[in-house]
Design a protein around this ligand. Structure first.
Ligand SMILES: NC(=O)c1ccc[n+]([C@@H]2O[C@H](COP(=O)([O-])OP(=O)(O)OC[C@H]3O[C@@H](n4cnc5c(N)ncnc54)[C@H](O)[C@@H]3O)[C@@H](O)[C@H]2O)c1
Ligand SMILES: [Zn+2]
Length: 351
């Protein structure tokens, strides 16, 4: 078992990485917990819901999918909770992938002005990213995650065993976020991913547990230093500036989030090679490519992607920020890059 402390002004809590952790949820319920609401999707419930058998609870089924990550679904779930007798002493368990973690976390954040949430992520992406750090929210028609709140959980329970049922493509999508962690902060993690790729892809339990723990440790450290993304937390956006543009350009239907981030990390690496003296660009690119392939990029316009960058939520007063590798394990945040160099870097990876 590995446990990482997340310390934020709002709350301090543990992110626990442990095989079988889902069977210990009852150990982490709030002392005077009223009714417990498990928010989940039908697929995850059918596969793993039996771990709640000994705990009194109500299940709220969320339809899943990016298209349903909307305030209307949050309202529907809140009505269901009220109908089932929820009050201010109730708590929510967010049991599912990142979409459930974000939506159920937001539900808990605003239900009767806030009730506790326990995050139990069941995709690799959610385990190493979405469930840790307290960002919750839903989409607007105008963009992703534009409605939301910081609502730190009571605890994050990360059970690598549940990944056994995760489709291979979803698993690889999560691995890209771990590659991201290696590039931004941990050269040793990067080396494990590079040299140990066979074990990682074969889901060797020891290797998987190790890389999850490393990624969670990094996320916990970064969030503890900067809960609200005023500074250090921005390094977690490595690959996300262009990744978000690719997701939006393809209506969130062609690439998984992690796959879009993989593309974005390759572009950021090319950019870093052009505007600084990054020497390990080829190594970063090789590892990202080795964990592929991502779906075909055919028909995607570099110009359209470049235009979309300015619409990103993280664009601050018109300045597009890029997280660029300085060397493996260290990145820097830059803005004001020449539009032409950005466009050429996107083109270089597209072709
Ligand atoms: N809050 C944050 O800091 C943060 C960070 C990164 C991503 N996110 C959000 O996370 C979302 C993406 O999350 P995701 O990639 O986990 O996608 P997802 O939640 O859609 O899950 C992917 C699919 O896997 C299924 N699934 C989940 N666990 C499973 C299991 N153990 N076995 C079999 N199937 C399983 C889900 O039902 C779903 O169909 C996006 O909406 C993104 O915005 C949030
Ligand atoms: Zn991400």
């Amino acid at each position: 078992m590995a446990s990482f402390r997340v310390q934020t002004p709002q709350r301090s809590y543990d992110a626990i990485v442990e095989r079988g952790a889902v069977w210990r949820i009852c150990d982490f319920l709030p002392a005077k917990c009223g009714k417990l609401f498990v928010v989940t999707t039908r697929d995850v419930w059918d596969l793993h819901g039996s771990c709640f058998a000994q705990i009194p609870h109500s299940v709220i089924f969320f339809p899943g999918g990016e298209a349903n990550k909307r305030i209307s679904e949050v309202e529907t779930m809140a009505e269901q909770m009220i109908a089932a007798g929820a009050d201010r002493s109730s708590a929510v368990v967010a049991f599912g992938g990142g979409i459930v973690n974000d939506t159920a976390g937001f539900l808990a954040a605003i239900f009767m002005r806030g009730i506790p949430v326990i995050q139990v992520p069941t995709t690799l992406l959610a385990q190493v990213d979405a469930a840790v750090g307290g960002k919750t929210g839903v989409n607007l028609v105008s963009g992703k995650n534009l409605l939301g709140s910081f609502h730190q959980p009571l605890v994050v329970l990360i059970d690598p065993d549940v990944l056994g049922t995760l489709p291979e493509r979803e698993y690889r999508a999560g691995l890209y976020e771990i590659i991201k962690c290696g590039v931004i902060r941990d050269a040793n993690l990067f080396r494990i991913l590079d040299e140990g790729i066979a074990g990682v892809l074969a889901k060797d339990p020891t290797v998987v547990e190790r890389i999850i723990a490393d990624a969670v440790r990094i996320k916990a450290e970064v969030v503890s230093a900067d809960e609200r993304e005023g500074g250090l937390r921005r390094i977690l956006n490595f690959g996300h500036t262009v990744g978000h543009a690719l997701e939006a350009e393809t209506q969130y239907s062609r690439f998984l989030h992690g796959e879009a981030v993989a593309f974005g990390m390759r572009v950021a690496t090319v950019l870093a090679e052009r505007v600084s003296d990054l020497k390990e660009g080829a190594d970063i690119d090789r590892v990202i490519v080795n964990y592929g392939p991502i779906p075909s990029l055919n028909g995607i316009s570099a110009g359209n992607l470049a235009k979309r960058l300015v619409n990103d939520k993280k664009t601050i007063q018109g300045h597009v920020h890029f997280v660029l590798p300085v060397k493996i394990g260290e990145v820097t945040v830059v803005s004001g890059l020449d539009d032409r160099i950005v466009l050429e870097s996107i083109q270089a990876v597209l072709h």
